[in-house]
Design a protein around this ligand. Structure first.
Ligand SMILES: Nc1nc2c(c(=O)[nH]1)N[C@H]1C(S)=C(S)[C@@H](COP(=O)(O)O)O[C@H]1N2
Ligand SMILES: [Mo]
Length: 260
C-alpha cells in the first residue's frame, strides 16, 4: 500500500507548522509522548518510520500519520475523538479534484431526476429528493481531507450530520455498516461508529456554495476521520447493512478502517 503513494514535493513547507499539524493528528497517548519528547521532525520519523527530511513530502508524511492512526484508532476507536478543525484562512482554493478519472469525465447529475435511495435496515425506506434534503439542518466544518495518493488539503463543507439523518430514517444503528453507491462506478463502506461520528456529514455545499460538480454534486459524504476514498461523491444510495460490501478502493486492498 505504501508503495502506491505518489511522492509530491511541496515547495515552501514550513517545518514547524508541519510538526504542529502532525501532532494534532496523533491520538493520545502517542501525541502527549511526542509533544513532551520535543515534537521534532526526528521524532516524527521515529514514530512513523518514514524519513521526512528530504524525499518524502510533507503531504506524504501526513498520509503516513494517518496510517499510524489507523492501527491505533482501530484498537481504541473512540467516537468522541474529533478530527482537527481549521480556520477560513487555511482553506485551499481551488480545492483539488480527485477521482479514478479526469475532471471532465465527472458525473453530471440532473438535480431534478436525482434521488437518494435509503435502503436496508431502516424503518423508512423512502427515496429523498434534493429539495427535501436541503431542508435538513445545516452545520459547517473546516477540516483536512487526506488522500492516499499523497496529497491533503483543508476544505470547508456544509451539510447535515449523517447521524441525525440515520436517526430520522429509523436506521438500525446496531448494524455494522453503511454502504454508499455513487452515480458512477464508485462505492464505499463506512463502519457504523464512523457513520455516527459527530463530524460525519451528508454534504451539500463546499465553501458555502452548492457542491460543484467536481466535488460531488448533489451530495457527498464528508468523513474527516477517514482517508479521502471513504468520502464518496455523487452518492445515489445509502444502505444500512450487516454485510460488508467493500467499495471501489476497499476492493483493491485498501483497509476498511482507513482512519485519518
Ligand atoms: N463517486 C466518487 N467518489 C469519490 C471518488 C471517486 O472517484 N468517485 N474518489 C475518492 C477519492 S480517492 C478522493 S481523494 C476524494 C476526492 O474528493 P475531491 O474531488 O472533493 O477532492 O473523493 C473520493 N470520493
Ligand atoms: Mo483519494
Amino acid at each position: 500500500m505504501i508503495s502506491r503513494i505518489r511522492s509530491l514535493i511541496i515547495p515552501g513547507v514550513d517545518k514547524e507548522l508541519l510538526v504542529r499539524d502532525a501532532a494534532r493528528m496523533l491520538p493520545d497517548p502517542s501525541r502527549r509522548r511526542f509533544l513532551t519528547g520535543g515534537a521534532s521532525l526526528g521524532a516524527l520519523t521515529l514514530l512513523t518510520g518514514c524519513n521526512v527530511s528530504d524525499s518524502l513530502s510533507a503531504e506524504n508524511l501526513l498520509v503516513q500519520m494517518s496510517k499510524f492512526n489507523d492501527a491505533v484508532q482501530a484498537a481504541i476507536f473512540n467516537p468522541n475523538t474529533l478530527a482537527p478543525t481549521f480556520s477560513e484562512k487555511d482553506i485551499k482554493r481551488p480545492f483539488p479534484f480527485n477521482a479514478f478519472y479526469s475532471e471532465d469525465e465527472a458525473p453530471r447529475v440532473d438535480a431534478a431526476d436525482w434521488k437518494l435511495e435509503v435502503t436496508g435496515l431502516v424503518q423508512n425506506k423512502k427515496s429523498w429528493t434534493l429539495a427535501e434534503l436541503h431542508k435538513l439542518p445545516e452545520v459547517s466544518q473546516i477540516t483536512r481531507h487526506i488522500c492516499v495518493e499523497g496529497w491533503s488539503a483543508i476544505g470547508s463543507w456544509q451539510g447535515t450530520p449523517l447521524r441525525d439523518f440515520l436517526k430520522l430514517v429509523g436506521a438500525d444503528t446496531s448494524a455494522k455498516w453503511v454502504y454508499f453507491r455513487c452515480a458512477e462506478d464508485y462505492a464505499s463502506s463506512l463502519d457504523m461508529p464512523t457513520a455516527l461520528h459527530s463530524q460525519t456529514q451528508m454534504t451539500f455545499k463546499f465553501d458555502n456554495q452548492i457542491l460543484p460538480r467536481a466535488y460531488g454534486f448533489p451530495m457527498k459524504i464528508r468523513v474527516p476521520t477517514k482517508l479521502g476514498f471513504k468520502n464518496p461523491k455523487y452518492v445515489t444510495s445509502m444502505e444500512v447493512t450487516n454485510d460488508y460490501k467493500g467499495g471501489y478502493w476497499e476492493d483493491q486492498g485498501y483497509n476498511d478502517f482507513s482512519g485519518s
